[in-house]
Ligand binder design. Structure first.
Ligand SMILES: Cc1cc2nc3c(=O)[nH]c(=O)nc-3n(C[C@H](O)[C@H](O)[C@H](O)COP(=O)(O)OP(=O)(O)OC[C@H]3O[C@@H](n4cnc5c(N)ncnc54)[C@H](O)[C@@H]3O)c2cc1C
Length: 382
């Protein structure tokens, strides 16, 4: 039985505990899905999650507007990740892809949200470019005003849901000022003329990913999200909400690795006794449990702080993401070690966790970038 004692921490309300319990039961019945065709698997996951109401926390409810519940986002990601990394991905992208619309969209733009929350439309977040990943301010894609339109030209890469998304939030240079102050955000339909898939990208833990080409994609001025020049601020505000949820997904992977390891060392006999009796094995299990609890404290501290009304949680979210993803990597590595040869066997759960965790230390700000963010925050506050 997985450790659920963290749900009694004071960060949570009853609705969060109910969410964790009901979603866990749903996952046990519905996950994992077949991953052989990742596009089909994601379409199926978004439809199922939407049908059964699990996508509701990902975006603003326009009939009943309230701030996004970051604790619900984190609990959902943690729970889905514990059962199926692709289910977590499908859920997370519905939030990241629409975050700019929930936070800054016009009522016309927000009409998409009822569809994404019901699993009837798939969203994507298009920030990174071949020469601008960590260095967002170096973005080259342009959006040029032409009458009552903007014309988008350039490339985006590493775009999750690229190729299967119905809507993209796309960041481009509009040139109000040099660097980060000259970027804007746009809502672009997946079937816009001139939007193409330049390349599908394959990674160690398969997800739908693509490099996209924008060949004079024309959008009306009503597709602008926020004001011209607001793009960087919008992107950072969205990441401020969703960054701690990456930590939550890592936590889900780490908890699964710990649970699998506890089972394994109880069952597997070495030198005439269960592995669990070897003190060095107990040392590994203790380190794993400690890292899981410390990561959970940081993740849910960030989520709770945001939910309590903090305008920004830059420091808390960066700490949560950095610690939870780096420590999950270590926890999973220990799980592989404790499983011996089975740990590296293709198709074994800890082998897939080993592949799943790696990208989380790179996207939405690599671990090194989080360190820079934390240092700036704490030195700035001193
Ligand atoms: C699986 C996956 C999914 C993704 N999904 C999306 C998506 O949906 N939308 C999107 O826009 N992007 C997405 N990305 C892109 C992701 O955000 C970028 O890969 C990331 O920002 C790093 O950019 P880069 O790959 O260009 O690496 P680079 O910017 O070249 O950085 C390489 C490395 O340099 C180091 N580094 C960077 N900055 C610093 C610094 N200041 N100090 C010290 N070291 C530093 C880090 O270790 C970093 O990993 C995704 C990436 C992956 C792998």
């Amino acid at each position: 039985m997985p450790d659920r004692s963290f749900l009694n921490w004071p960060f949570f309300e009853d609705r969060h505990r109910e969410l964790a319990e009901h979603l866990d039961a749903w996952c046990a019945k519905n996950l994992p899905v077949d991953h052989h065709d990742v596009d089909a698997a994601c379409l199926e996951l978004v439809a199922k999650l939407g049908r059964d109401g699990w996508l509701k926390p990902t975006a603003l409810d326009t009939d009943n507007p309230a701030p996004l519940d970051v604790r619900a986002l984190c609990i959902t990601r943690e729970t889905l990740a514990r059962h199926d990394g692709l289910a977590d991905f499908a859920f997370a992208m519905q939030g990241l892809g629409t975050g700019a619309l929930s936070l800054f969209g016009t009522s016309e733009q927000q009409q998409w949200l009822s569809k994404t929350r019901d699993g009837k439309a798939i969203s994507a977040f298009a920030l990174s470019e071949p020469r601008s990943g960590s260095d967002v301010a170096n973005m080259e894609m342009t959006a040029t005003r032409d009458g009552d339109s903007y014309v988008l030209t350039g490339e985006k890469t590493w775009i999750s849901n690229g190729g299967i998304a119905d809507l993209y939030v796309v960041f481009a240079r509009t040139g109000e000022a040099p660097g980060a102050k000259g970027l804007s955000a746009f809502l672009v339909s997946g079937n816009a003329e001139g939007l193409g898939i330049a390349e599908r990208l394959e990674v160690i833990a398969p997800h739908p990913l693509a490099r996209l080409s924008f060949d004079q994609v024309r959008v009306p001025t009503s597709a602008l999200i926020g004001r011209p020049g607001d793009g960087f601020r919008i992107a950072m505000s969205v990441l401020d909400v969703f960054r701690s949820t990456v930590g939550a997904a890592a936590l889900g992977f780490a908890r699964r690795a710990l649970d699998e390891s506890i089972k394994r060392v109880a069952e597997r006999k070495l030198f005439g006794a269960p592995m669990a009796e070897l003190q060095m094995v107990q040392g590994h299990i203790a380190d794993m449990a400690l890292d899981v609890d410390a990561a959970a404290l940081l993740v849910y501290r960030a989520a709770w702080t945001k939910d309590m009304g903090a305008a920004r949680v830059t420091r808390e979210a960066a700490m949560a993401k950095l610690f939870a993803t780096d420590k999950a990597q270590e926890v999973i590595d220990k799980a592989v070690q404790l499983h011996g040869g089975d740990g590296v066997r293709k198709g074994h759960i800890v082998e897939s966790l080993y592949r799943e965790i790696r990208a989380l230390r790179i996207y939405e700000g690599a671990s090194d970038v989080q360190k820079v963010v934390i240092a700036r925050q704490v030195m700035g506050a001193a």
